[in-house]
Design a protein around this ligand. Structure first.
Ligand code: MCN
Ligand code: SMO
Length: 788
């Protein structure tokens, strides 16, 4: 794998709290989201969705829909199968069985919410009204709703997976059996992360416009993967790739849900071509909760073998994920349980032997896909909660148990062969212990208990794979190829325009990429304007996923800016009659190192390159625009931890969050404001997934949580104050030493929440292991012991 070097530049803007350039526009309502865009002559799309979990369609008649006022077209599965049989979903790992997900259901519907028919009409009202006129008959089939039942050979959820398993495999590294045979003690548990939704503020949305004369397709989609979507439109539907443009305007959150290619996105181009007019679909909230990818539902069984000193000598994990009815491309139902056991079981601990198995069960529920920290959250939850169980079993403090087992020397290779180059794993434990003032906490906890008040402190440490790259993928046993490009242009007045291949969903990439470019070019950050992927006609990107923006887009920006910087240095050297090697670019000036009055402004150099032939050195090639690619040469891991302080309300069982302490080490921090915002948002999502949120189904497979009245997102009134501490262990491989961190909050917070609740419950002798920690469960736990 090619090593792509990145320039070493002095940090000026990097590391500072530059205000987000996106915010004035977004916060004053000047953003442009899909719903804001209307094309001339556009028609509107609505879907008929399955009202039952599993049925055979015996008859479907759309004639009444087609006759309705304002309807231009209606299609069922049969109509669309002529164009596309469906989307193949799989993952290139041992034991993954692919499925094909039709764009509209064929003979069977497999989950409530599955699209059955699509209607195009003059208005959304007309389209929705016409949907009511569908005439269809179906025979209900037995539905399998519970993953244990599915994996045990219950009713078949999807005929393509006769044993209900979309994934089944495992591996073993080191002498695990010996570790368990010789263990002084074994601690183990089964941990459950419930089914949740990423619930982005903006739902999904698509507009398709096909121009038949030139055969061009323009597709507006708030996807996290515009270039992949473009590729899929060609591969599956045959649109000529050179004439397809995917346009991604402002996006109100994606969090993984928008990192899939959905049937709806693939249907709209076909519809636009068929009706000869632009078509638009904006998902409503009910659809989003029913048919946007669901997430995180799995059991992780985990066991540690402990020696007489309390050292972990082996770990066994088994994940069973509830995958829903289909693999959803490209992150299949396999990704959640696979990541949980392959990416996380050793964490920060010096464990010499590891064994894992993974299964994904198909059920008659919405397909499960990616959501921030996919697999990492469930795996970290199991590992870190078991660490607290182990600490309790050994009579050690949760800090001491972790410090006792933490990896101390880098680079460290885990039993699977994954190499961790550097990290502040031990320092994180120390920093958290100091931040919470543990002795003072223990004192306060004891005092409050005497008054019948129950507070608890929970700890969770994480290692996060970041900067998703070809190298990361290889290291984890996959062969996915990634690379991104960025274009940097220096203008005649010394300002710069940067285009990256990643669309942003709220991460602030326009600001941080401006910081990276500014430092490399030696100009002010406010003089750099960044366009995140708005159109696939510009820079290429493999998708805003796997916390790769800072590392990968940042690396591409630095590399492209470096090419431009060299041009500026050459011309400045010529103008100043010095050697190019002696020219440095800082604070808007090109100066000769060590000669205080020998300088020229970068703006003057740029103007000269555009307009003054005399200032060029011999054989100078004048472009001040460069495009460069980047794909890191090594996997890159950030780390950190959270300590969460809760109080259980004895009357209501409500978990009240008092304070969050976070330690984050993502190498060189580009922008502390943005990193802290990512931590706050991610931890809040973790609090939601731990206490408030659950997508609930009844036994027949009806989904019960279809509005925000039933699906409880955390709101600001439950958000506690944060104290955030940065450690900076730079990567030696990325531009400026940056590592990614966009998922860490959600990856690690749920474990800290459960550990905090269990700490508060310790006088009752009850240990909880299943999310969400509803008031009922907590009250139950508090009453079991008091009435016993
Ligand atoms: N950053 C930084 N210094 C670092 C590392 C990161 O200043 N050392 C900044 C980055 O420049 C970027 C932000 O922090 O502005 C997150 O960076 P990174 O970790 O590289 O993550 P990505 O940019 O690749 O974003 C994807 C990541 C993922 S995978 C999910 S899921 C998620 C997340 O980001 N979805 C989000 N955070 C989100 N935040 C918002 N608002 N909306 C989403 O949909
Ligand atoms: S779940 Mo993030 O889009 O990798």
């Amino acid at each position: 794998h090619q090593h792509m070097s990145t320039p070493a530049v002095a940090a000026r803007s990097v590391g500072t709290r530059v205000l987000r350039s996106e915010d004035p526009r977004l916060l004053t309502g000047r953003g442009e989201f899909i719903a804001d865009i209307d094309l001339p002559r556009q028609l509107h799309v609505a879907f008929v969705r399955s009202p039952v979990a599993h049925a055979r369609i015996t008859n479907i008649d759309l004639s009444a829909i087609r006759d309705a006022d304002g309807v231009a077209l209606a299609w069922s599965g049969k109509d669309v199968a002529a164009f596309c049989e469906g989307l193949v979903g799989e993952m290139a790992v041992e034991g993954c069985v692919p499925t094909t997900m039709p764009l509209l259901a064929g003979d069977e519907v497999l989950y409530v919410g599955e699209p059955v028919a699509v209607v195009v009409a003059e208005s959304r009202y007309a389209a929705e009204d016409a949907c009511e006129l569908i005439d269809w008959d179906f025979e209900e089939l037995p539905a399998v709703i519970n993953m244990d039942a599915a994996a045990a050979g219950g009713p078949v959820a999807n005929p393509q997976l006769p044993d209900n398993l979309g994934l089944n495999g495992g591996a073993s590294f080191g002498d695990v059996s010996a570790a368990f045979d010789q263990a002084a003690q074994i601690v183990e548990g089964r941990f459950y992360t419930c089914r949740v939704s990423a619930a982005p503020m903006e739902t999904r949305g698509v507009i398709a416009d096909y121009e038949w004369a030139s055969k061009t397709l323009r597709l507006w989609s708030n996807t996290q993967m515009p270039h992949y979507l473009k590729y899929m439109l060609t591969a599956y539907l045959g649109f000529p790739e050179q004439s397809v443009e995917v346009i991604t305007p402002d996006t109100g959150g994606g969090f993984g849900m928008k990192a899939h290619v959905y049937p709806e996105e693939m249907l709209l181009p076909l519809l636009a071509r068929e009706v000869g007019r632009p078509v638009k679909w904006i998902e409503d909230r009910r659809e989003n909760l029913i048919a946007g990818a669901h997430a995180h539902e799995q059991y992780v069984d985990i066991a540690y073998a402990l020696d007489a000193e309390g050292k972990i000598t082996g770990v066994r994990t088994h994940a069973l994920g509830d995958g829903g009815a289909y693999h959803m491309p490209p992150w299949s139902m396999a990704v959640e349980p696979w990541c949980a056991v392959v990416m996380t079981p050793t964490g920060i601990y010096d464990v010499p032997a590891a064994e894992y198995t993974y299964k994904a069960a198909a059920t008659n529920k919405t397909p499960v896909g990616a959501y921030r920290g996919v697999g990492y959250m469930a795996g970290t939850f199991a590992r870190e909660c078991l660490a607290d169980d182990a600490a309790r079993a050994l009579g050690m403090s949760p800090f001491d148990f972790r410090r006792h087992n933490v990896v101390r020397e880098f680079p460290w290779t885990n039993p699977q062969g994954i190499v961790y180059q550097e990290g502040s794993w031990r320092q994180t434990i120390d920093a958290l212990e100091e931040m919470v003032d543990y002795p003072a906490f223990l004192h306060r906890q004891a005092q409050l208990r005497e008054q019948g008040r129950y507070i608890g402190l929970g700890l969770s440490c994480f290692v996060e794979s970041s900067g998703e790259s070809s190298a990361t993928s290889l290291e984890h046993g996959l062969g996915d190829v990634y690379h991104d490009t960025a274009t940097v242009r220096l203008n005649p007045n010394g300002t710069a325009n940067v285009t990256i291949g990643l669309s942003a969903q709220g991460q602030g990439l326009a600001t941080t990429m401006a910081q990276m470019a500014a430092d490399t070019l030696g100009i002010k950050v406010e003089d750099v304007s960044v366009q995140t992927a708005r159109s696939t006609d510009h820079a290429y990107g493999s998708g805003t996923i796997g916390s790769r923006g800072a590392v990968v887009a940042g690396g591409a920006v630095a590399r492209a800016a470096d090419v431009v910087r060299e041009k500026v240095r050459q011309v400045a050297a010529h103008m100043l009659e010095a050697a190019t090697d002696d020219i440095e670019l800082v604070d808007g000036l090109a100066s000769v190192k060590g000669v205080s009055d020998a300088s020229v402004s970068i703006a003057d150099v740029a103007t000269a390159i555009y307009f003054d032939l005399d200032s060029w050195p011999k054989d100078f090639e004048p472009s001040l625009e460069a495009t460069q690619a980047y794909d890191p040469s090594q996997a890159m891991f950030s780390n950190g931890g959270h300590a969460i302080l809760v109080e259980l309300e004895a009357e209501t069982g409500f978990v009240r969050f008092e304070k969050i302490y976070s330690v984050e080490d993502c190498g060189t921090v580009i922008n502390p404001n943005i990193v802290e915002g990512q931590i706050r948002g991610g931890v809040l999502q973790g609090i939601g997934a731990s206490v408030f949120e659950e997508l609930a189904y009844d036994e027949s497979g009806q989904i019960l949580t279809t509005t925000f009245l039933d699906y409880g997102l955390p709101t600001m009134d439950v958000a506690p104050p944060f104290e955030i501490h940065h450690l900076e262990t730079p990567s030696s491989h990325s531009a400026s030493g940056v590592k990614g961190m966009g998922e860490s909050g959600l990856i690690a917070a749920p474990a800290a929440v459960l550990n905090a609740v269990n700490d508060a419950l310790s006088p009752f002798g009850v240990v909880l292991r299943d999310l969400p920690l509803t008031p009922e469960k907590v009250l139950d736990a508090m009453s079991v012991a008091t009435t016993a």
